[in-house]
Design a protein around this ligand. Structure first.
Ligand code: FES
Length: 111
């Protein structure tokens, strides 16, 4: 498991990108609730953002791909508008431990 950042590094109601050896991770904060995804749009497999740490739409209700405007639900990464509607971002498991944000290892598929 890998430490990504401190909770207070993420403005409440917003998101940041954190570089990891496996690629950039998008972490969205809603109070003490966190949602994390790979920074990769299911439409073309490219990064979601043009500007550092700009991942949400103007009302901060959805994760938005800057390339073609796809909108993804913050809570599950499902695309609800745009060219990849019905597909989803790759969700990652993060946990808050003593106000630090940790990326948990991917779970092996259970038989
Ligand atoms: S690459 Fe994200 S909507 Fe096209």
């Amino acid at each position: 498991m890998q430490k990504l950042c401190e909770l207070n590094d993420i403005p409440d109601g917003d998101a940041i990108g954190v570089q990891t050896p496996g690629g950039e991770v998008v972490v969205v904060r809603q109070g003490r609730e966190l949602h994390a995804y790979r920074n990769m749009c299911p439409h073309l497999g490219i990064e979601l953002n043009f500007m550092p740490d700009v991942f949400l739409d103007t009302e901060h209700r959805y994760i938005q791909c800057a390339n073609h405007g796809a909108l993804f639900q913050i809570e599950d990464g499902l695309c609800v508008f745009g060219p990849c509607q019905g597909e989803a971002l790759v969700r990652l498991d993060v946990q808050l431990i003593d106000n630090s944000v940790w990326l948990m290892p991917a779970h092996a598929t259970k038989d």
